[in-house]
Design a protein around this ligand. Structure first.
Ligand code: ATP
Ligand code: MG
Length: 445
């Protein structure tokens, strides 16, 4: 993409309505625009990052054996009356009447709808285990929408539902989700800590929230710093291997890590003092096992191997995809702007032409642009007639992990400059070497 043709409405001023850094930077970098309180339009660069996150979530869910699908945003109130949540959900639910007077709602989540799909299509234990998920917009009429996309009213969420014949297989589904979530966040360049959580209105005993540590997080968290050293890395995971998934779950849930809702001072005091940490965190996901709560209420039964009709065991599992865009920025920025991890960056590399119009500089930039594009390393080429300082400031603000700077002075010696956004370190390389370096970096992601 050429910056001269890209819609990137960068703001010079710091917007006054934004109180946290990710919100400020998303507005300044032209990623989003508020449409109304807690509801945003995703401008091209914000949309690109959102899609990248969505793709990672899909890839990891499909790898875990889960089925992608798509349910509508609008639902009939009748199903929610069956589960009893139509009344319970309260003012966070946006209720709508259609022209025939039917009560509808904009879905805040999908347990009821998916249970209805399940009960009308699955009758036998032979069709289990089954996990269905989708990534769809949700609406919750939050009392205080704030922090930009972090606490919106309309937000983009992955929600998945497992259906299993009994508790042990449903707990395997829980562990499988735990592992696939750890992988998802790691791939996004994030350290998200699973913390024992409170089950709230969904009910159930097993639940973990995944929290990204950040001063601006809304949750208070307590943890053993040993958990920060855990990494899945390139481990081969067999999602059908119950023991392996359970072992990974144990590895991550053994060190103490809890939110204030489940915090236990006595257990916390047993952590060696130098490892006892408390800070703030952003909730970027949550997994639940809730047994037969919904299948009982909504009569979702299957025939088991003994020929009996039994309620199915369920869990639900969510990832806050749009919130993650903000959470990644909270975790990765400096005073100049965003620093995208390579796995989610909107463009792989920025090309800055220091002397637009200079025949040699233009030629070198065009050649780089063509080559990088052909290699699938989508560049953003700043081909505007602007001074170098302004171009650098824009690149730093939008946070592409790599920048190639092309100017007449370097070209005299046949070199361009490759700069890391994260470290600020620059290297002079001939253009072919700069390209080869980027190929290598992105091949490792
Ligand atoms: P919170 O406690 O932050 O209100 P929640 O526990 O009610 O969230 P879940 O039902 O667990 O949310 O939804 C799954 C994920 O969706 C959350 O972990 C979070 O990342 C995201 N999410 C929830 N509410 C919002 C919101 N208002 N704006 C953006 N993302 C949200
Ligand atoms: Mg939650």
């Amino acid at each position: 993409m050429r910056l001269s043709r890209y819609f990137l409405p960068v703001l010079k001023e710091t917007p006054s309505e934004a109180s946290i850094v990710s919100h400020r930077l998303m507005l300044r970098a032209g990623m989003i625009r508020q449409a109304s309180a807690g509801i945003y339009s995703w401008l091209p660069m914000g949309f690109k990052v959102l899609r990248n996150l969505e793709n990672i979530v899909h890839e990891e869910q499909i790898r875990a054996g889960h089925n992608p699908m798509l349910m509508p945003t609008l639902q009939s109130a009748d199903l929610w009356r069956e589960s009893g949540r139509y009344e319970d959900y309260g003012e966070e639910m946006l209720r709508i009447k259609d022209r025939h007077g039917h009560d509808m709602l904009y879905g805040p989540t999908n347990e009821e709808l998916i249970t209805d799909i399940f009960r009308s299509t699955v009758q036998s234990y032979k069709q289990l285990p089954l996990t269905l998920y989708h990534i769809q917009w949700k609406f919750r009429d939050e009392r205080r929408p704030r922090f930009g996309v972090m606490r919106g009213r309309e937000f983009f969420m992955k929600d998945g539902y497992n259906f299993d014949i009994d508790k042990p297989s449903a707990l395997h589904a829980y562990n499988r989700h735990m592992v696939s979530y750890l992988r998802t966040y790691e791939r996004m360049g994030l350290k998200a800590i699973p913390m024992r959580a409170d089950s709230g209105p969904i009910g159930g005993d097993d639940t973990h929230e995944f929290l990204v540590l950040a001063d601006t997080g809304e949750s208070e968290v307590f943890y053993d710093s040993a958990i920060l050293d855990l990494n899945l890395g390139a481990r081969a995971v067999d999602y059908d291997d119950w023991d392996q998934c359970a072992a990974i779950n144990t590895e991550w849930t053994t060190p103490y890590a809890r939110t204030d809702e489940t915090h236990d001072e006595t257990l916390y005091d047993q952590i060696p003092e130098e490892r006892r940490m408390s800070s703030r965190g952003i909730e970027v996901g949550q997994i639940f096992y809730f047994g037969t709560n919904y299948s009982d209420a909504m009569n979702a039964k299957v025939v088991n191997a003994e020929g009996e009709n039994v309620p199915v065991h369920m869990g639900s599992h969510g990832i806050g995809v749009s919130r993650l865009v903000g959470a990644i920025i909270e975790a990765s920025h400096d005073d100049k702007g965003i620093i995208w991890p390579e796995s989610v960056t909107p463009f792989k590399v920025g090309i800055v032409n220091l002397k637009q119009g200079d025949e040699q500089a233009n030629g070198a930039c065009e050649a780089l642009y063509k080559e990088l594009t052909a290699l699938g390393l989508e560049p953003l080429y700043d081909d505007r007639e602007e001074r170098a300082g302004g171009k650098f400031a824009t690149m730093d603000l939008i946070g592409l992990p790599w920048r190639i700077t092309v100017g007449p002075r370097g070209l005299k010696n046949g070199v361009v400059e490759l700069t890391s956004r994260k470290t600020g370190v620059s290297e002079e390389l001939i253009p072919a070497e700069a390209v080869a370096r980027l190929v290598e970096i992105y091949a490792a992601i």
